[in-house]
Design a protein around this ligand. Structure first.
Ligand code: F6P
Length: 554
């Protein structure tokens, strides 16, 4: 197999020499050399503002990175995605999450079907259902209204709606609580059920495939709990609805397909919050707000489609990420939302980025000669500052940070928001500037410390700085700005996938563990081990662990 042609492209080669030339220049010097650096390296789109000036780039870097994007066909592949071409080659599927947020009337034919009409027919059903539940017209088996919604799903059928419900909690109806159960660990479901009453609970069983072990097991247990706690078979229809692409499995589970909200195989799990998978969000915030969420994402789609690469926010975010990963060697990126309501955003991005671009071969199966998706992780500011920011400032790895903040809060508590923003801006400034030896010395001298003491302290108190970061701002966190933010990262991931030439829309890497878990489950249930020497024979570690679990269970 040939390795990827990426490193042989003219733009890549020029970027390598450019990197050598720029290496010795500190970010402080880049700021000192250009009074308008902030203006030159920032842009606005779809209600979001991106400041990417605190990255180790100059105008030449940006020019070459945009050239790379052109050479790799980003615009052509983007248009192919929006047009419904089957760009998910290993699964022979189109990738059309953008159609889920297109306004009514947008026309797109896929396999002789009018996609827009299908999307809006389901949206209309969601709108009606949400209205019935929120108004109290939809009642449980004892005539009571729904007070609790439990979404049972995992991965894309959990992370998106869970993150969005948290992000939009100040828009939610306080009379209804939405809970999320994802883990096959019974502690998850048990903790939620112990607080609920079946007669006022609505379960949403959310699974694209309707075969995912964790979701099916939790759904069965929820059903058993419902029946054991006073519910009856006839009442199931009022308390269980499904979101899936697999109508026959939904029926087989016992949910009437009249209570199923469908979506389609051209919606990837991690791109599905815009589909009926977003039902818990719509129930929490209402259908109008859900539509604003879709409209915010659509505004970002329009920007991504129309703006030149040099002024295209997802493209710029992608190129900066690629530069940091492949030229500066950053193997992880920390996401720091300075907004408590975005606390699930890093976990959401983990799936979006790492399941999409955590790949090691090209679309043609050739090994990639370059590093792909970095590890994505993080937590809300200011909490992270008091936990792991030490390593980000003075550790041995270079870890870029994406800061995300809203300029205005949705609470009225005096003073908090300015303190929050001050911390956010100060951290990105500290990462960029650092603190030089001369600065540390003069500070310690001013405190009257002896030369000996200063010499001992200096190495510990110097900050190298020169650490890259982006800052994304929005006016307020609303359904629309949240929609735009998610779409921004979706398209960022897409652009990086095109440049690396990986298939960002499959996830074969999750399969092996699922298959092995089935075998091990059978062994834990008392099944016989495979004969020594056979291809299924267990290694001593796995066999030893199983033996310990078996003996603990007896
Ligand atoms: O195992 C990974 C995965 O397939 C994800 O891609 C997906 O979001 C998740 O499982 C859940 O799948 P489903 O919605 O089919 O239950």
């Amino acid at each position: 197999m040939n390795t990827s042609s990426l490193v042989k492209t003219p733009a890549w080669q020029q970027l390598e020499s450019h990197n050598d030339a720029l290496k010795g220049t500190h970010l402080r010097a880049l700021f000192d050399g250009d009074a308008n650096r902030f203006q030159h390296f920032s842009l606005e789109a779809a209600g979001l503002f991106l400041d990417y000036s605190k990255n180790r780039i100059d105008r030449n870097s940006l020019r070459l990175l945009c050239e790379l994007a052109r050479e790799r066909g980003v615009e052509m592949r983007r248009d192919a995605m929006f047009a419904g071409e089957k760009i998910n080659s290993t699964e022979q599927r189109a990738v059309l999450h953008t159609a889920l947020r297109a306004p009514r009337g947008a026309r797109l034919i896929l396999d002789a079907e009018e996609v827009g009409a299908q999307v809006h027919a389901v949206l209309d059903r969601i709108g009606q259902f949400v209205e019935r539940v929120r108004s109290g017209e939809w009642q449980g088996y004892s005539g009571k209204t729904v007070t609790d919604v439990v979404n049972i799903g995992i991965g894309g059928s959990d992370l998106g709606p869970n993150m969005a419900c948290q992000a939009l909690r100040t828009f939610a109806d306080p009379r209804m609580s939405v809970h999320f159960v994802s883990n096959v660990d019974g502690h998850d479901l048990d903790a939620v059920l112990s607080r609920l009453r079946p007669e006022t609970t609505l379960f949403i069983i959310a699974s694209k495939t309707f075969t995912t072990q964790e979701t099916m097991m939790n759904a069965q247990s929820a059903r058993a709990w419902f029946l054991a706690q006073g519910g009856n078979e006839a009442g199931l229809a009022k308390h269980f609805v499904a979101v899936s692409t697999n109508a026959s499995a939904v029926s087989a589970f016992g949910i009437d397909t009249a209570n199923m909200f469908p979506f389609w195989d051209w919606v990837g799990g991690r791109y599905s919050v815009w589909s009926a998978i977003g039902l818990p969000v719509a129930l929490a915030v209402g259908f109008d707000a859900f539509q604003q969420f879709l409209a915010g994402a659509h505004a970002m789609d329009a920007h991504f489609l129309g703006a030149p690469l040099e002024r295209n926010m997802p493209v710029i975010l992608a190129l900066i990420g690629l530069w940091n990963r492949d030229f500066l060697g950053c193997s992880s990126v920390s996401i720091a939302p300075y907004h408590q309501d975005l606390k699930h955003f890093p976990a959401y991005l983990q799936q979006l980025e790492m399941e999409s671009n955590g790949k090691r071969v090209t679309r043609d199966g050739a090994p990639l000669g370059v590093a792909t998706c970095p590890v994505i992780w993080g937590d809300v500011g200011t909490n992270g500052q008091h936990a792991y920011f030490q390593l980000l400032h003075q550790g041995t790895d270079l870890i870029p940070v994406d800061f995300i903040a809203a300029l205005q809060p949705r609470h009225g508590l005096e003073g908090h928001h300015k303190a929050l923003l001050a911390n956010c801006f100060a951290q990105s400034q500290a990462f960029m500037r650092g603190k030089t030896e001369a600065e540390v010395r003069s500070e310690l001298q001013a405190q009257g410390l002896s030369t000996e003491r200063i010499d001992a302290l200096v190495p510990h108190r110097v900050f190298p700085g020169n650490r890259p970061g982006n800052t994304i701002l929005m006016q307020t966190l609303t359904p629309a700005t949240l929609g735009a933010l998610i779409a921004l990262y979706e398209h960022k991931v897409f652009v990086q996938g095109v440049i690396w030439d990986v298939n960002s829309f499959d996830q074969w890497g999750v399969e092996l563990g699922k298959v092995l878990a089935k075998n091990i489950h059978a062994l834990l249930d008392g099944g016989a081990d495979a004969a020594a020497g056979s291809s299924n024979a267990l290694d001593s570690s796995t066999a030893g662990l199983i033996a310990r679990a078996r003996s603990a269970a007896t």
